[in-house]
Write a protein that binds this ligand. Sequence first.
Ligand code: MLT
Length: 200
Amino acid sequence: MIHIFNKGKDRAKPTFLMLHGTGGNELDLLPLAGMIDEQASVLSVRGNVLENGMPRFFRRLAEGVFDEEDLLIRTKELNEFLNEAADKYEFDRNNIIAIGYSNGANIAASLLFHYQNALKGAILHHPMVPRRGIDLPDLTGTNVFIAAGTNDPICSPSESSELQTLLENAKADVVLHWENRGHQLTREEVEAAADWFRNL
Ligand code: MLT
């Protein structure tokens, strides 16, 4: 997968896995990583799917309707890429925190839904429920921060709460942070995520 790896000053810190929104790329979220912890290593990945020229992490059939078969293939592909990247760049595979926005948050949530040890934690900005009707792995010890908007037309408040419940039922430790905004990624929610990270 097309990506950037920036080796951090402190190798004991988690590696941040940056996952952009639809139409973004691996450069978009680099400033966020610095706002959360500027000493951590950063692996920033570009989605392998193109929708009218816009990179994404998996196909969708319509807005908010995911192509489930492609979601599974792409989630596996990303998980395997993380294994390879950890070997190549010599970072701890068991200490990755995903930071994703929108479509990137959705593939991060899908990693949590399908693979027990894919991520140590995740900061999910405006995620949806990636898939319903499946048993999640035991996510004991996995920390998740969700930032949601009370007026988000893409990820409804009820869907944000549903995601929190599904992850908590799988024993993840989840914080759900609300902004009185829409789908946009706000500085305030990134600062809230930074506070959450500092207190882990
Ligand atoms: C998705 O397709 O993952 C969601 O609708 C969010 C987005 O617009 O990318």
